[in-house]
Design a protein around this ligand. Structure first.
Ligand SMILES: [Zn+2]
Length: 166
């Protein structure tokens, strides 16, 4: 069994791990299973369009092995497209990082890919604006304004009337 691969890209976790054709009942017989290795090979070669040589290096496997992964992945995907099968992406030989998925735990991935995190200042996204309050136009409810969320885009949680900055 191959060692777990120590390369940050390998830890890419697909956001969606199940694809199902519309209007087809999936029984388990019409389902193909892509291993993480196959998924990663497709991602590197066909999505990021990286040379096979470099892609194999990234995955810490030989080129023939990489080639085999690509071929079997494409075969499965083609099978799913042609025959209307579902695709499940599964673990294969990989060990994914053993991390419970919790709010805030995804930071390593998000930051590495430039998606999460870096928004806002020290106070975090929920810090109130400078002295800003949002007031209900009907009742007396008010709450601190959340940075980046104009009061006018909110509704009073008590009575449902529009809010204004006040
Ligand atoms: Zn109100």
């Amino acid at each position: 069994m191959p060692r777990p691969i120590i390369c940050r890209r390998v830890w890419f976790q697909p956001g969606v791990t199940y694809f199902k054709p519309a209007g087809i009942r999936i029984t388990g017989l019409n389902e193909v299973v892509l291993t993480m290795g196959e998924f990663e090979a497709i991602r590197l070669k066909d999505f990021e369009v990286i040379d096979q040589e470099k892609a194999a290096k990234k995955m810490n496997i030989s080129q023939p092995t990489f080639h085999r992964l690509i071929l079997s992945a494409r075969k499965k995907i083609a099978d799913a497209l042609v025959n209307g099968k579902a695709i499940r992406i599964e673990g294969g030989n990989y060990k994914m990082v053993q991390q419970p998925i919790q709010p805030g735990m995804g930071r390593g991935i998000g930051r590495g890919r430039g998606m999460g995190g870096g928004r806002g200042r020290m106070g975090g996204p929920f810090a109130a604006g400078p002295g800003g309050m949002c007031k209900c136009t009907r009742c007396d409810y008010e709450e601190p304004q959340i940075r980046g969320q104009p009061c006018m885009s909110k509704k009073c949680p008590k009575c449902g009337a529009p809010m204004v900055r006040g």
